[in-house]
Ligand binder design. Structure first.
Ligand SMILES: Nc1ncnc2c1ncn2[C@@H]1O[C@H](COP(=O)(O)OP(=O)(O)O)[C@@H](O)[C@H]1O
Ligand SMILES: [Mg+2]
Length: 503
């Protein structure tokens, strides 16, 4: 492999109007290595890789690839030289099949007018075999798992001659197993000489897989290659460089006494993928839900929130029988949900931060004279949450879509917290969020439960789960297969219970 430098960035600056996104960035990447970029949301990670790929032009500074200054080359020209950018929202076409995705735009254009579909699929099979992905070339990409879709992205990049493949948060929305699986795939290809730039928030995995780490913080670069190992201490060291200060992890209070009062009672709830679930959630309790997709865990959340039809069963909120058929009903009983796909459900990107935060309270606390919206109350509410959650935005009037991912997630959270929920359902709330913001969000949730809010915390991140929940409820094949206090639990124990089949 040698120590050959494949890419070098020198004195890169980038301004977006008034915003200084990058300040004098310098680093080199060795051929065949995995070079990770880490940093808080908004630190400049996507900006630097977009400059490397030729999507953005730097304000000044130099990018050298294989010894040549590529500053004047277009995105396409850099692609032809082997720089491939794979962005956060998988660049696959869901309604095309695997082969079509691999050959998209690459299949002989000039020679044949019509694409020879049979030959294309046969060739796709060869490509899949070569790069090690076991999927059917005729399968619709929509039907692949998220990790298979990400691998397909990478394979497409490799097939089209990628030498430097940039993965901008490829692990967002992947489970812990899938993350590891994807990183192994990347590692294997790096060993074959392909170079990767990897952007991710998962420090443990980053430390395991990277040959070098650059930290971006407020537009400046720092060396992340301090110390040895991948353990907890090492992660905290890296977290400190990322945050620019010590990061305190949030833990539940060991001596927390859960209220006897029942906030939510489910009796024999059946729905799609869910069979006769009985469950009580106490006031102020944080209950972790664990289970694969289709296990019933997410389905129970959706049924409680009125997004999935119940076939049978009863729900009581604070002792009162309720019949929640849709999210509007749920809001009446102060049941709120933060969805795992904030892009699809959580936020209206073109509306301002203020408007998004106010959305759930238009008919309640923001209602002014003559039933009109009380604008000054909305401003006050938004100001308040922007402070409490440390939401990084130019102002409360900025479009929510212009915020970085983690900050958008905070806006979603603010929107539901403004309701003072009785039950807050969090579906993978910290996905794609930097470590500092994650701990802030977890800390806030913890504080609010001390004031009586109950929480369902649905996540596949068991380390995070065990730090915060009072109880763990485990689902498999539509049944609750485990329900225990968070005492002497470990991720392994949870996995064992989850994977013991429910018979
Ligand atoms: N196209 C753009 N226009 C204006 N500002 C931008 C644009 N892209 C990024 N920024 C700003 O540049 C900074 C760095 O953003 P980004 O590179 O996306 O961060 P990261 O990927 O580390 O979360 C942020 O302050 C962001 O708001
Ligand atoms: Mg980014």
């Amino acid at each position: 492999m040698g120590k050959e430098v494949i890419l070098k960035v020198e004195h890169i600056n980038k301004n977006f109007g008034e915003t200084v996104a990058l300040k004098d960035i310098n680093f080199s990447i060795t051929k065949g290595s995995i070079h990770s970029l880490v940093g808080k949301n908004g630190a400049g990670k996507s900006t630097i890789v977009n400059i490397i790929a030729g999507v953005y032009k730097q304000t000044n500074g130099k990018v050298t690839f294989e010894g040549n200054d590529i500053g004047n080359l277009s995105f396409k020209e850099r692609q032809d030289r082997g720089i491939e950018l794979v962005t956060q929202h998988a660049s696959v076409v869901l309604d095309m099949d695997v082969a079509e995705n691999i050959f998209l735009g690459l299949w002989p254009r000039s020679k044949f007018k019509l694409v020879d579909r049979k030959a294309m699929h046969e060739n796709a099979q060869k490509v899949l075999d070569e790069f090690g992905l076991k999927v059917d070339p005729y399968e619709l990409v929509r039907r692949l798992t998220p990790v298979e879709q990400r691998k397909l992205n990478i394979i497409r990049a490799l097939f089209s001659g990628g030498k430097l493949i940039i993965l901008d948060e490829p692990t967002t929305s992947l489970s812990i197993d899938d993350r590891n699986n994807l990183f192994r795939f990347v590692k294997k290809h790096a060993e074959n000489g392909v170079t990767f730039i990897l952007i991710s928030h998962y420090l443990e995995e980053i430390l395991q897989v990277s040959d070098a780490i650059t930290v971006l913080r407020d537009g400046s670069a720092y060396d992340g290659n301090v110390g040895e190992g991948v353990g907890y201490d090492r992660q905290m060291e890296l977290a400190k460089i990322i945050a620019g200060e010590d990061v305190e992890l949030t833990f539940r209070d060991e001596d927390k006494v859960v209220n006897e009062e029942v906030a939510v009672e489910c009796e024999g709830i059946s729905a799609k993928f869910l069979d006769q679930a009985d469950l009580k959630i106490h006031r102020g309790e944080i209950v972790g839900f664990v289970g694969f997709s289709g296990s019933g865990a997410r389905e129970l959340c959706l049924a409680l929130y009125g997004l999935m039809e119940k076939k049978s069963g009863k729900v009581k909120i604070l002792g009162e029988d309720v019949d929640i058929k849709n999210p509007t009903d749920a809001l009446k009983y102060k049941i709120c949900l933060v969805p795992n796909d904030r892009h699809a459900e959580g936020i209206v990107p073109i509306m301002s931060v203020e408007e998004n935060i106010g959305l759930s309270c238009l008919k309640t606390r923001l209602k002014g004279k003559f039933g009109l919206l009380d604008n000054s109350k909305e401003v006050e509410l938004a100001d308040d949450y922007v402070k409490q959650l440390a939401i990084k935005t130019q102002s409360i009037y900025a479009a929510s879509g212009s915020l970085s991912g983690g900050n958008q997630q905070k806006v979603v959270l603010a929107k539901v917290l403004a309701v003072n929920p009785t039950l807050l359902i969090l579906d993978e709330p910290t996905i794609g969020i930097d470590i500092k913001s994650r701990e802030e969000i977890m800390g806030l949730i913890k504080d609010l439960t001390n004031e009586g809010m109950s929480v369902i915390y649905l996540t596949n991140d068991f380390d995070e789960l065990l730090r915060i929940v009072d109880r763990v409820v485990i689902f498999n094949e539509g049944k609750i297969v485990g329900d225990m206090k968070n005492e002497n639990l470990s991720p392994d124990k949870i996995v064992n219970i989850r994977d013991r089949r429910a018979v």
